[in-house]
Write a protein that binds this ligand. Structure first.
Ligand code: ZN
Length: 423
């Protein structure tokens, strides 16, 4: 099990006598909102003082990912400027289809902060035009989220969520789903089997959890998908984690990218779709593992950090309606700015980026404050409102002021560049 983590503090857990009171009547308490606002102010300040353009054009760790956060914060003009102009028209290549590391991700962020309909449609059309490459099993070998077909599918779902008429969009979604199923059958016969770089990965970034989650979110109800969900559930280890890859059954990592946190989203969605409580139970066992081992020393980010794991605690909250999970998510949020936690964390290679650094942490903090029931791990999770309604919870959108104040950011100073570490 994950050893590169800071042990959870049981005295901070929900219901412990000395725990802070973060949830009252199913809502965030004033104590929680004050604590989260304070961390968010300091994160924003650290970004303002430390971030510089890197020239990296990936959403994952480059400037377009920071643009995504700026857009979320309301700084749309700055975000748009960071995305740059549309790329020149040339034949699409496989890498262009990647939502995290290719032009598709850049065009998607640019579309979301486009000033007019025309600019939105231009970027959307550039994404949809790559569907032929994304659907070719010869040209695009990867099916996973970070580089592959279901990441491209996630970009299409984001365009669909915008609710604007994009020519060819629905057809592209249908074709990419069909191609992903065909690819899985090519390796799996009657069932679905997927590999990336010759290895069967299990987690959200490169493996089965991400493929299952996004196919379900796209509305795919192929019977083979139910079998895949049952099979994935069965890969749970005795410790309540999931292996990174097969056939190696060890389960050392508790990251969004590898291990229980990413599987939590897949199990939650399988429960929503199939209504089988075995999926909900697996989801909550995975979230329990995240609580105990998910305060990672790798940093505050989304892919293999505290914020990504915090999103899976929120997913558990939406599934269960149990305030325990909201409380625990707030604990993770406050730990992002905790001096003691920061002192034990390494500095990510890209300390301000969306998926390794503080831009992703800030998204998590804002989601916790603003719209925890609609919260979604950026460019991975798809709107969960429907699920919240099923659970009978009210949608509460709390307006907050966004501060951008100078001030101390002692604990967060550990996340500025200097100590480069392996991802
Ligand atoms: Zn990762």
């Amino acid at each position: 099990m994950e050893t590169r983590c800071i042990p959870c503090r049981s005295q901070h857990d929900y219901g412990a006598p000395s725990a802070p009171n973060y949830v009252e009547n199913g809502e965030l308490s004033a104590t929680a909102t004050r604590a989260l606002d304070d961390v968010l102010r300091r994160v924003d300040d650290a970004i303002a003082r430390g971030w510089r353009r890197s020239g990296d054009d990936s959403v994952y760790v480059g400037d377009p990912g920071v643009a995504y956060y700026l857009m979320r914060r309301g700084d749309v003009d700055a975000a748009r400027e960071l995305c740059g102009p549309p790329s020149s028209k040339r034949a699409a290549k496989a890498k262009d289809c990647s939502i995290m590391c290719g032009r598709t991700g850049v065009d998607l962020v640019a579309a979301l902060c486009a000033p007019q309909e025309e600019a939105f449609l231009q970027r959307a059309a550039a994404i949809v035009a790559r569907a032929d490459v994304a659907c070719s099993l010869e040209l695009l070998e990867a099916d996973e989220w970070l580089y592959g077909r279901v990441g491209f599918l996630r970009a299409l779902l984001e365009l669909r969520r915008e609710g604007r008429a994009v020519p060819g969009l629905d057809d592209a979604i249908r074709r990419v789903v069909a191609a992903t199923l065909a690819s899985g059958r090519r390796h799996g016969g009657d069932g679905l089997r997927y590999a990336w770089h010759g290895k069967e990965y299990v987690g959200a970034a490169h493996g089965y959890a991400g493929i299952l989650y996004l196919l379900l979110k796209a509305g795919c109800r192929d019977p083979a998908l139910r079998a895949l969900a049952d099979w994935l559930r069965g890969l749970e280890t005795r410790e309540g984690n999931w292996p990174s890859s097969l056939p190696d059954a060890r389960s050392k990592l508790v990251h969004f990218c590898h291990g229980a946190p990413g599987v939590v989203f897949a199990m939650a969605e399988a429960y929503r779709v199939y209504g089988d409580e075995a999926f909900r139970d697996a989801c909550l066992r995975g979230a329990e593992t995240v609580w105990h081992y998910g305060l990672l020393t790798k940093g505050p980010g989304l892919c293999h950090g505290v914020a990504g794991n915090g999103y899976s605690l929120l997913a558990a909250y939406r599934v269960s309606c149990d305030p325990r999970w909201l409380h625990r998510a707030v604990v993770f949020g406050t730990c992002i700015g905790d001096d003691g936690v920061c002192a034990r964390q390494r500095t990510p290679d890209n300390p301000f980026s969306l998926f390794e650094g503080l831009a992703g942490s800030a998204c998590f903090l804002r989601d916790l404050r603003e719209s925890r029931l609609r919260a979604g791990l950026p460019l991975y999770e798809v709107d969960s409102v429907e699920l919240a309604r099923r659970g009978g919870l009210k949608i509460v959108l709390t307006k907050i002021s966004f501060f951008f104040l100078p001030g101390a950011s002692r604990g967060l100073s550990g996340h500025v560049p200097g100590n480069r570490t392996a991802r």
